[in-house]
Design a protein around this ligand. Structure first.
Ligand code: PXG
Length: 287
């Protein structure tokens, strides 16, 4: 496997970053997780736009144009001859001194890894707990910025591991349900689909937006509004979305069984449609 690192393709074993890189020292950087389906990079443009928005928000100037960055991703898939893959694209503040001041970092580090797609988790539905770790409020570190700071999610994931379940849901500081550790949350009640709004403490998932588009095209009403734990517990169906997870049904939350532990009809329909469009929407790698 070859990795793109600061303008060159190097062997995976040679793809190394300085211990003075602020991405490592402080989590100072931004990233994207992207999928390739059958030679099509799913919504590449949307991922690049989000990466540049994240970078702008933390005043990190990426020394490549968006078009050049798209080519970096396409080439990384191409040189590794991949058709179905997971891509990790990262831009860090770069090498600085041991102080946290980013003014000392003059050159952002850019790398892109593409690996064969790992098997999907939980096709049959996952079990979830609510974490006691709250999602960061928008005025602390806005989760809309896909930064290298994932400790908040990692701590929630550790709780899920200890509880012996697949995933943890995080609440905001007011107690509303906002998202999973690396995924967005949807519920279905009486045929209406509901998910937290983009102005809340969430990352605006590209899978989330795709599923909303699909649902509206199929004629469902989609409401973007705050969700309480009670609403989740008594929902007809619950599912999560994310690049890594895709669309995964949730069958149990904090011991409350959803839809008698079975995958709901709306979830099935949306998943079927997502599986169809994911091979179409995006940038083709090979002619
Ligand atoms: N919320 C958060 C906090 C995320 O990190 C999503 C939602 C879903 O966004 P997309 O655009 O992927 O639909 C993410 C996704 C993982 C993993 O292993 C997930 C993400 C990042 C790193 C790892 O599941 N981000």
């Amino acid at each position: 496997m070859k990795v793109y690192l600061n303008g060159k393709f190097v062997e995976k074993e040679e793809a190394k970053i300085s211990v003075y890189d602020h991405g490592l020292l402080y989590g100072d950087g931004v990233f994207e997780g992207i999928r390739v389906y059958d030679g099509v990079i799913f919504k590449l443009k949307e991922h690049i736009d989000r990466l540049y928005d994240s970078a702008k928000s933390i005043l990190l100037e990426i020394p490549l144009s968006k078009e050049e960055m798209e080519e970096v991703v396409v080439e990384t898939v191409r040189v590794n001859k991949l058709r179905d893959a997971y891509i990790r694209l990262v831009v860090t503040r770069g090498i600085g001194d041991l102080g946290l001041d980013p003014q000392k970092c003059s050159n952002p580090s850019i790398f892109c890894i593409a690996e064969p797609m790992s098997p999907l988790l939980g096709e049959s539905g996952i079990r979830v707990i609510t974490s006691s770790i709250r999602r960061l409020p928008v005025d602390v570190l806005n989760p809309a910025v896909k930064s290298l700071n994932y400790l908040n999610s990692i701590l929630a994931k550790i709780q899920a591991n200890y509880a012996g379940v697949d995933e943890a849901f995080l609440l905001d500081t007011e107690g509303y349900v906002v998202e999973g550790t690396g995924d967005n949350i949807f519920l279905v009640k009486k045929g209406v689909i509901k998910t937290p709004p983009v102005s809340s403490s969430i990352l605006r998932g590209i899978t989330r937006d795709t599923v909303i588009d699909i649902a509206r095209d199929l004629g469902y009403e989609v409401v973007e509004d705050r969700i309480t734990l009670h609403e989740l517990y008594v929902a007809d169906e619950v599912f999560i979305t994310g690049t890594a997870a895709e669309l995964v049904p949730v069958v149990e939350i904090d011991g409350r069984v959803i839809n008698e532990g079975k995958i709901g009809e709306v979830t099935k329909r949306l998943k079927r449609e997502f599986d169809r469009v994911k091979r179409i929407l995006g940038r083709r790698v090979y002619d």
